[in-house]
Design a protein around this ligand. Structure first.
Ligand code: ZN
Length: 253
């Protein structure tokens, strides 16, 4: 019944088997899924399973209690991260993964100031073509962790001669404040076998190794270089330590 405080038992029965509690140092991650998600991938339909997660201070297996809190938690104001899984991710011998940092301008608008939108679609295509893998979409990583509003300010500084690293530093941020620990915890629930990481960024390899993950390799993802992002990509390579065996692009990788 609409308006009742406790959850309808039938509604709860549909949901509770799809929620998993992952304990963390700070509280808990509630992981929900899998949910079927057919995706229009460069004109073809690819089948993915979608999971989303929520961080919470409260640690409980009483999911009814957690669900009951959602309507007053104002979650639309706070982005949640999610992961798209393809194929038999848990058991496959070889699987590709990518940790993709959210890029509102690149992923949604197709901005050519960075290569994020290109990397997102190409990573999904690599995974679909390979047969098994997962793409983590990290919602608190906008502008290397500075947030969308600050990224807009950083872009103005970039238009006035600062490179992407200096723009963040001048605004009082560290160059890169992204944290992969939650995503790694979710990954460990979905798969314990070795993974191959799609990235040009050695820091991501290091973060995964330090978290004790079994990495069996790396696949690079350069491309979509244009007059608009040439400088930005150059900064990534020269100042952010990105590997450039094939030449290439964006800060958010
Ligand atoms: Zn971007």
């Amino acid at each position: 019944m609409p308006g009742t405080q406790s959850l309808n038992s039938q509604v709860l029965s549909h949901l509770q088997d799809k929620i998993k509690l992952i304990k963390t140092e700070k509280g808990a991650i509630y992981l929900v899924g899998p949910i079927n998600l057919p995706v229009n991938l460069l004109g073809d339909t690819a089948q993915f399973k979608w999971y989303c997660w929520l961080n919470c201070d409260e640690v409980t297996e009483d999911f009814e209690h957690i669900i009951a809190k959602l309507s007053s938690a104002n979650l639309a104001e706070l982005q949640q991260s999610s992961v798209l899984v393809h194929g038999d991710f848990q058991n496959a011998g070889h699987a590709l993964i990518r940790f993709h940092s959210i890029c509102h301008t690149g992923d949604i608008f197709g901005s050519k100031r960075c290569d994020c939108g290109y990397q997102l679609k190409q990573a999904m295509k690599h995974i679909a073509d390979h047969g098994h893998g997962a793409i983590f979409y990290l919602a608190n990583h906008e502008g290397r962790g500075i947030g969308l509003f600050s990224k807009a300010l950083a872009y103005i500084l970039q238009e006035n001669g600062y490179d992407t690293v200096d723009a963040n530093l001048k605004l009082g941020f560290v160059d890169d404040s992204r944290d992969y620990s939650d995503a790694i915890k979710v990954l460990k629930v979905l798969r314990t076998k070795p993974v191959t990481l799609i990235t040009n960024n050695p820091k991501k390899l290091e973060a995964l190794r330090q978290a004790g993950l079994d990495l069996e390799g790396r696949v690079q993802l350069w491309g979509d270089i244009s007059e608009y992002n040439e400088k930005y990509l150059k900064t990534k390579i020269e100042r952010s330590g990105h590997l450039n065996e094939d030449e290439g692009c964006c800060n958010n990788d």
